[in-house]
Ligand binder design. Structure first.
Ligand code: AN7
Length: 346
């Protein structure tokens, strides 16, 4: 078995790598695609989970970041910046560290999961908490590049979308065909855009005979694309997708339109219940935002006997606070066998 060499080497022929001769990689990608038996049974379809939390920094953002940082480094950049709900900042900080570059991350104060904050700090980024939401952080990140020699690595940087196409390639390579439905959480709408580009590119090249319907799901309190207008005060327990004005709004609509897909909303309760159900029944602990993809499938159902992939974008360990708060505290016993026997007999 040959050793996985990272996305830019493994999928180099499908990516625009002009100028890059030395990829910056943490050997991202090649994530598990798990058949979800109980979910398949519940939905009357064949459902797979794409475990993006298995990436080196625990989210799908590593796919775009290996590309963006490799390109930035090749272009001579010394500092990168991003606004983030957390995962982009973790990935940017890690790949910048690997590249020997400086990284500035702007995150909404108090609205980023603890694990993501810990990552950005540990990877050595300059972490700035903004009194404002993600949309403000992103616009500040764009603005600072006009004043200082800094490269932005949000998904408005096309290299990010380019790298994230590899998620679609991996699915087709693993299944031997495209799924009928691709279910995916939507925040800034970069990932749904990237998957669609990846699928269409593979399709045109004859690698996949069909194309999936793209099903995007936003949190009800942060659902600008569903509502058809910007949301000034987005709010959801799924902080990763707490976004009111997505940067890739237009290409996401195009993906929905061209694929005969849909973009719909799921409530926080629906998200949290899908999230804990996945951990209990499938043994997969993703972060709340990721579970929006499964919440949507459970809410709206799928046509019988279709093949469905739900993209679980990030690792559950990133947000321990929400997990611990969602259940009652574990029991505490005296350290005796009697106490333990008595407890387990209940
Ligand atoms: C776990 O990290 O926007 O629709 O700044 O972290 O491509 O934005 C994260 C987004 C889904 C939505 N799931 O993807 C950020 C950020 C998880 C995420 C999304 C995000 P896009």
């Amino acid at each position: 078995m040959s050793r996985w060499r990272g996305l830019l080497v493994e999928y180099g022929e499908w990516l625009d790598l002009r100028g890059v001769d030395q990829p910056v990689t943490l050997l991202e990608g090649n994530t598990p695609l798990i058949l979800a038996e109980r979910l398949s049974e519940r939905l009357g379809a064949t459902v797979y989970l794409k475990i993006e939390g298995a990436n080196p920094t625990g989210s799908f953002k590593d796919r775009g970041m290996t590309m963006a940082i490799s390109k930035a480094k090749a272009a001579g950049a010394q500092t990168v910046v991003c606004g983030s709900t957390g995962n982009t900042s973790a990935a940017a900080a890690a790949f910048a560290a690997k590249a020997g570059m400086a990284c500035v991350v702007l995150v909404p104060e108090g609205k980023i999961a603890l694990g993501k904050l810990a990552q950005a700090i540990m990877y050595g980024a300059e972490v700035v908490q903004i009194r404002g939401n993600f949309d403000r952080a992103l616009s500040l990140a764009r603005e600072i590049t006009q004043h200082l020699p800094i490269t932005i690595v949000n998904s408005i940087n096309p290299d990010r979308i380019e790298g994230q196409k590899t998620g679609a390639y991996e699915l087709v390579d693993a299944l031997g065909h495209a799924p009928d439905i691709l279910s995916i959480p939507v925040g800034n709408a970069g990932n749904i855009t990237a998957y669609w580009r990846g699928f269409t590119q593979y399709h045109f090249a004859g690698r996949a005979t069909s194309l999936p319907k793209m099903w995007g799901f936003q949190a009800a309190g942060a659902a600008p694309i569903v509502l058809g207008h910007r949301v000034d005060d987005p709010e959801t327990v799924a902080t990763a997708i707490r976004i009111g004005n997505p940067a890739s709004w237009v290409p996401a609509l195009l993906a929905i339109d061209e694929s005969h897909g849909a973009i719909r909303a799921v409530t926080d309760d629906e998200i949290l219940s899908a999230w804990s159900w996945l951990a209990h029944e499938e043994g997969v602990f993703c972060e709340p935002a990721s579970a929006a993809s499964v919440a949507g499938l459970l809410k709206f159902g799928v046509p019988a006997e279709t093949t469905v992939v739900a993209v679980l974008t990030g690792n559950g360990l990133k947000d321990p606070d929400t997990a611990v708060k969602s259940a009652s505290a574990p029991v505490v016993l005296d350290s005796t066998i009697d106490a333990l026997m008595e407890h387990l007999a209940r």
